[in-house]
Ligand binder design. Structure first.
Ligand code: ZN
Length: 166
């Protein structure tokens, strides 16, 4: 069994605590990524989408998962199960020291997640405490103005990686 921890980082200007709108285990937050087949290595052409509140039942009984997908090339089935509780906000401190923050843990069988895409549903706050919600990061950045701190705020240079964890 291999678990993949999705780690994210970005350059934050006068901002901190970048995270999904309802926090680390936001049930409606969508994760977009491709799947690489564990059998033949084929990578799906389109991103697949999983979110915590959408589950599917596995054939052999008791458990549920978040995605079952067949490889188009070799027909091997892969599953992706999300494991909540591991995320934490990307703070300004982490960002400034070039570190990443964990977003979500995925238990993947028969497939490997690759190429995470940033989408909608993010929130962040300014260092002065102004909250920005409903942020769409699909264009790769976000810029606004903090009235309280009287300074521009910006998210840029988004990066994401799936790290193998035991
Ligand atoms: Zn395959």
């Amino acid at each position: 069994m291999v678990n993949y921890l999705l780690m994210i980082t970005a350059e934050l200007e006068n901002l901190t605590n970048l995270q999904p709108e309802d926090g680390k285990d936001d049930p409606n937050f969508s994760y977009y990524f491709k799947l690489k087949c564990g059998n033949c290595g084929e990578v799906t052409q389109k991103e697949t989408c999983v979110c915590l509140n959408e589950t599917v039942s596995l054939q052999q009984g008791r458990s549920t998962t978040h995605l079952v997908q067949k490889c188009k090339f070799c027909s091997r089935e892969g599953t992706v199960t999300m494991i909540p509780g591991r995320g934490s906000p990307l703070t300004l401190e982490l960002s400034e020291s070039g570190k990443s923050a964990p977003l979500m843990l995925f238990d993947c069988r028969g497939a490997e997640p690759v190429g995470f895409l940033f989408g909608e549903g993010w929130k962040v706050e300014s260092v002065e405490g102004t909250k920005f919600e409903g942020i769409d990061l699909s264009e790769g950045e976000f810029a606004d103005y903090d009235e309280k701190g009287k300074c521009p705020v910006m998210i840029s240079n988004l990066k994401a990686d799936f790290t193998v964890v035991k």
